[in-house]
Design a protein around this ligand. Structure first.
Ligand code: ADP
Ligand code: MG
Length: 351
């Protein structure tokens, strides 16, 4: 919508030059794209006999990202990873991306190109094609909206509903890293505190945790694998935090759950960070959002095949609990072997 864009005198950005440059740098020719960037709308031919999966995410400056702790490329990468992760949680394969952008007065075309470099960096391994978007001025801060289109074989999509009593609960990768990374980035950086920070935690661990926050990996291959083998009865991605996201599976599947806190997969970096800050790493794993790991349930009869196949594929999965009847509610088995009610400590926007 060109008319919404600010007069050129207020900005170094020329909208049409910018779109042309984005087109030149990032759009690719693929047989299924009839028309990409450059027309009034994109046109694609659907893959025969596939379900289409659509997801969109809106990210706003100071709510979802902070330019003091992340580069534009980091912000782009993380935005794309978040969208890719939603597609992964459906067991789907991502295909097309649309990006809408509102640019504040302080924004330059360099910023925009860095943003796209990050975004497309996350998308390239999955052969996602940029097919369009929209560009506007913003009176206050950056706004970034991504829409991703993907496909999944009919009737094989993974939903939040579908978990059954007796199913095992699994999670991919490790959890709590992203929150630890965010906390590291948010710590005051006076010379004295930076020194104590470095003294308390190795550079390798710091880099790992900050990397997990700024450059998360969407578990696309794992989602496709779960879907192809019909291993999972339900799935969700971890974007708000384990203690909140597993509630969605329970509510949508109308079941309860027993979570084994001693089984939560924690990285050595997360443990080291928690020890250095006198925190419980389990709390980081329960509360920490934005790990973008997959949380899924699988019937007990699948357990051996699932775990064996994961080893063969080189996927890291950990069994962290069991689905119980609805009236059981959500309970956690502590490291001391006691049961307690699971408190929701995840992120919510409108609390
Ligand atoms: P219209 O005014 O018809 O919406 P635009 O000038 O906004 O057309 O867009 C022209 C073309 O550029 C379209 O193909 C649109 O999808 C694409 N486009 C616009 N902004 C972006 C963006 N930020 N990223 C990717 N493609 C974009
Ligand atoms: Mg437009």
């Amino acid at each position: 919508m060109a008319s919404a864009f600010r007069p050129k005198s207020q900005s170094t950005i020329h909208e049409f030059d910018l779109i042309r440059a984005l087109h030149r740098r990032h759009s690719r020719l693929t047989p299924s794209v009839i028309r990409g960037i450059g027309d009034d709308a994109a046109v694609i031919t659907p893959r025969a006999a596939q379900w289409t999966v659509l997801t969109t995410d809106l990210l706003t400056e100071r709510i979802h990202f902070d330019l003091r702790t992340a580069t534009m490329a980091d912000i782009g990468f993380r935005a794309a990873a978040a969208n890719l992760s939603d597609v992964a949680a459906m067991g789907a394969s991502p295909q097309y991306l649309l990006v809408s952008l509102a640019i504040p007065r302080t924004g330059t075309s360099r910023h925009v190109h860095q943003l796209y470099r990050g975004m497309m960096g996350a998308c390239h391994p999955h052969h996602v094609v940029l097919i369009g978007g929209d560009t506007s001025a913003s009176a206050s801060g950056w706004f970034l909206s991504l829409t991703l289109v993907g496909t999944v074989p009919p009737r094989k999509a993974l939903f939040r509903k579908g978990a059954r009593i007796g199913d095992y609960l699994y999670v991919t990768g490790t959890i709590g890293d992203s929150l630890a990374g965010l906390q590291l980035l948010s710590e005051p950086t006076s010379r004295a505190s930076r020194y104590s920070r470095i003294a308390a935690l190795s550079t390798k661990h710091q880099k790992f945790l900050i990397g997990r926050h700024l450059r998360p990996t969407a578990r696309i291959a794992e989602g496709e694998w779960l879907c192809a083998h019909r291993f999972a009865s339900s799935a969700i991605d971890l974007s708000d935090g384990l203690s909140g996201d597993l509630r969605h599976i329970c509510e949508d599947s109308h079941v309860g759950m027993e979570l084994d806190l001693g089984a939560l997969p924690l990285s050595s970096a997360c443990r080291a960070y928690a020890a250095s800050r006198k925190l419980d790493p389990v709390d980081l794993a329960l509360a920490g959002g934005e790990d973008y790991e997959l949380l899924f349930t699988a019937p007990p009869r699948q357990r051996r095949r699932l775990e064996q196949s994961a080893v063969e594929q080189g996927f890291s999965i950990t069994c962290i609990g069991t689905i119980r009847p609805y009236r059981f509610g959500l309970q956690a088995l502590t490291l001391q072997g006691k049961r307690r009610r699971l408190i929701n400590c995840s992120y919510e926007h409108f609390k």
